[in-house]
Every structure is written in structure tokens, then in C-alpha cells.
Write a protein that binds this ligand. Structure first.
Ligand code: FE2
Length: 246
């Protein structure tokens, strides 16, 4: 089963979809690509929003989306509530973390800062894992590498029992249109995928139907070609296992 673990398809809650019409188009595109299970992961920023406010807003937007889907007789899609939680100092001890995990799981999609990672960040991630008993999914892991001039902390984080989420788009545009940074990101993704010890999931990180559209199918095609379909099967079965775990 193909699962989109990261997207901004829920309307009116972050910089993703603006309205139900755009959300319906995004969901239709996901369905067209064979994706029927979608984790809704709007951005959550602790410095801007309160958890309860965020959860209420997410629920409201979801109900509106559901009724629009019904009205348009859209096919069945399984949704899970989630959030893309931006790192903040002290998250390793913060009480609200559990409420931001993917619905019915202990999985937290964590967006790390785009800077050199520090020991404090490492300690917070350890706190999430060891004290809070959360399974950390590092959102779009390939986007942080270029900021780690000192690779020490990142290597220690990668050695922890974390799951790495990659954006399908990072495998694409492998043509002359891809810039140097893009090529480096793609190479890094392929290197990580080639390493069987890393637990990896995929997401579209779709925001809209133009610049950041659903692209899981195209990203998977690159993985199938460069790494092989067995790795895709592993990714899919990991996704199913962790969603179904009590
Ligand atoms: Fe995102």
C-alpha cells in the first residue's frame, strides 16, 4: 500500500491548500497516482500557535473537506491526522507532543531547523525517543544536509532509532533543469536508500497544484529504476506496519 506520509493538502490551515476546491484537486491527483492513504500533516509552530487551537482548526477543516468530498462523490481515501511539527528547544520534554503524533500512533513528523544542528537538538531528540517514547520521523531529511558543515551531530541523530522521510520531489527533475543543490540532494537520498539499515518513508510534501504538486508516483519510479522495487516494498511495508501498530 502506498502512503503519502507528508502533505499540506488540508485547506486553510498553513501555506498549503487554500480552499476545499484546491484540496479536492490535490486528493484527486493523489488517487490518480494510486495513493489512497494520506497523512494530513499541516505545519505546527509552537511559537505561533497553541496545540488545542491547532487541533480544533484541523478538525474543522477536515470536516469541511469530508463534506466537499461527499458532494463531489469522490472515491474513498483513508486519512490520518498528523502534523509537521517544527523543532523548538525543549521539545524533548514538552507535554503536548503526544497530541501532535499521527492519529492512533506514537509517530511524530519532526521538521528540523535549516541550520547547523546542535547538541541541544540531539538531546531533545533523545528525550523524545527515550523519555516521551515517541517514534521520530525526520521530515524531508535530504533538506538539512547542506547546513551540516560539522556532520557530527547529524551522524549521531541518524544513529538513533529514527525514521527518515524523503520528499518524492527530491528524486525528480534529474535532468538539466536540476540545479547543483538539487543534484546533491538526490544523490544523498539515493545513498541513504542504498543503505539497508535506514528506515525510510516517502511523502509528497504537496502544497498546491502548481509548484509543489503531488508527485509520489514519479519519485517512486526513480527509486524503482535506481535502487530497485524491493526497497519500495520495504518502504510500503514499514508504512503499513507503523500505522497499524497499537
Ligand atoms: Fe512540509
Amino acid at each position: 500500500m502506498m502512503i503519502d506520509f507528508h502533505c499540506h493538502i488540508l485547506q486553510g490551515i498553513d501555506d498549503g491548500s487554500h480552499d476545499t476546491e484546491e484540496s479536492l484537486a490535490l486528493i484527486q491527483e493523489e488517487n490518480k497516482q494510486g495513493i489512497q492513504t494520506i497523512i494530513l500533516t499541516p505545519h505546527f509552530y509552537a511559537h505561533r500557535d497553541r496545540v488545542d487551537h491547532f487541533l480544533t482548526k484541523r478538525e474543522e477543516r477536515y470536516l469541511a473537506l469530508q463534506s466537499a468530498m461527499k458532494e463531489h462523490h469522490m472515491e474513498t481515501t483513508t486519512f490520518y491526522f498528523g502534523a509537521e511539527v517544527y523543532y523548538f528547544g525543549g521539545i524533548g520534554k514538552a507535554e503536548m507532543v503526544e497530541k501532535l503524533c499521527i492519529q492512533g500512533t506514537d509517530l511524530l513528523l519532526l521538521e528540523m531547523p535549516f541550520c547547523q544542528w546542535t547538541r541541544e537538538m540531539l538531546d531533545d531528540i533523545r528525550g523524545l525517543i527515550r523519555t516521551q517514547k515517541v517514534t521520530v520521523i525526520l521530515a524531508h531529511i535530504e533538506r538539512y544536509f547542506s547546513f551540516q558543515k560539522d556532520k557530527g551531530i547529524m551522524n549521531q541523530i541518524l544513529d538513533l532509532p529514527v525514521i527518515l522521510q524523503m520528499n518524492a520531489g527530491s528524486f525528480l527533475a534529474g535532468s538539466k533543469f536540476m540545479d547543483f543543490e538539487g543534484k546533491k540532494k538526490r544523490r544523498k537520498c539515493l545513498e541513504l536508500l542504498d543503505e539497508p539499515d535506514y528506515h525510510i518513508l516517502l511523502g509528497s510534501d504537496a502544497h498546491n497544484m502548481h509548484a509543489r504538486k503531488p508527485n509520489l508516483a514519479a519519485g517512486r519510479a526513480v527509486i524503482a529504476e535506481k535502487i530497485g522495487t524491493d526497497r519500495l516494498l520495504e518502504i510500503d511495508s514499514l508504512g503499513e506496519r507503523i500505522l497499524c501498530r497499537d
